[in-house]
Design a protein around this ligand. Structure first.
Ligand code: IMP
Ligand code: MG
Length: 331
């Protein structure tokens, strides 16, 4: 019997700290699962002052919580084995991580196509993700059950308390993003979590990883390269160490767009809005955001955070709590 499902998603462009939230929450769950994306995602998790970087394995692994890579994910088998090795060599037990038999497999050909046709044009991560999903929907793809050893395949019933970990973010979602084709090739919203095989009625809480500013890695007409030349935004990127976990590219940084944020919070069904990296904007000591399409400036972080909270409280009926986090280790 499933008790309930909670989900951690991202209402921006990814890179808002889902991994940190998932790893911390996971202690209270029986299973932590990924439902979209692949090793295009990068998770940075800090535990006892030690930083870990993962791409595929659900972040509950750091607390020994069984993990499932769902049918909506794409799997690079070699990268998966390497990550299991990496975890093992760091003393983390990854023996309870399983792959759903229907998860699709990324082939060398997918990676080659991604590098040759899409890496430059769309700024993809070159991991073969788009071409793999393309074969999935053409119904010419390869599934995990075709090639993974039996002991790595998920064959248990879903039961107890489940925690879903989205990859990427709302504005990279293939259906919701306003900037197609500058998107990823999967559904990043909480509803996609049902693809592992449970009814939507089980969803209880939806935690959203957010930042009090925005970052974008990859091509996007709303994030022109000229942003990289803005001295204050560059400083923000430096303080926040805004480099891609996967691609090492410098992320383009911009002020928070509250109009977009409200929309994403409401469509995703976010119940708990968690702003990570508030320490970063505090250190920058410049406080700006876009609201109603105009740039507004605040005297202090206190003023800006009150403004954000008031707006979320009045415009987002599902949100029960707004949380500010000032440390990479804790919420
Ligand atoms: P793809 O998912 O590799 O096809 O890349 C498509 C777009 O999504 C590119 O703009 C990538 O930079 C972006 N993207 C993919 N995964 C992530 C992520 O985990 N964080 C941030 N951006 C991502
Ligand atoms: Mg990331």
């Amino acid at each position: 019997m499933i008790e309930f499902v909670d989900i951690v998603n991202d209402c921006q462009f990814g890179d808002c700290g889902k991994g940190k939230i998932v790893s911390q929450l996971s202690k209270d769950y029986d299973l932590c699962f990924r439902f979209n994306g692949s090793n295009n995602a990068g998770h940075t998790v800090v535990i006892n002052n030690k930083q870990y970087k993962t791409n595929l394995v659900p972040s509950g692994v750091f607390h020994n919580i069984p993990g499932l890579i769902g049918p909506g994910c794409a799997l690079n088998v070699e990268a998966f084995y390497q990550e299991l090795e990496y975890l093992k060599s760091n003393g983390i037990d990854a023996s309870n991580v399983f792959v759903h038999p229907h998860c699709h497999i990324i082939t060398d050909e997918h990676i080659k196509r991604d590098k040759e046709e899409f890496a430059k044009k769309l700024g993809t991560t070159s991991k073969g993700v788009g071409p793999c999903y393309s074969d999935k929907y053409l119904r010419t793809g390869l599934q995990a059950k075709n090639i993974l050893p039996k002991e790595l395949l998920w064959n248990q019933e879903l039961k107890g308390k489940l925690l879903g970990e989205a990859a990427q973010g709302y504005w990279l979602d293939i259906d919701q993003s306003i900037n197609y084709p500058y998107v990823t090739s999967s559904n990043t919203l909480p509803y996609a979590a049902c693809s592992i095989g449970f009814a939507p009625q089980y969803i209880r809480r939806i935690f959203s990883a957010l930042k009090p500013y925005e970052t974008r890695s990859g091509e996007d007409p709303d994030f022109p390269d000229s942003l990289l030349n803005d001295p204050v935004l560059s400083r923000l990127g430096d303080i926040g160490k805004e480099y891609g976990t996967v691609t090492k590219r410098r992320r383009k940084t911009n002020w928070l767009n509250l109009d977009n944020l409200i929309k994403a919070i409401n469509v995703s069904g976010t119940t708990h809005a968690i702003f990570n990296k508030c320490d970063v904007i505090q250190e920058l000591n410049v406080f700006k955001l876009f609201h109603n399409d105009s740039l507004q400036e605040f005297e202090s972080w206190a003023d800006m955070s009150i403004y954000i909270k008031q707006l979320i409280t009045s415009a987002c009926p599902f949100v029960q709590e707004v949380i500010w986090s000032y440390s990479p280790e804790t919420i």
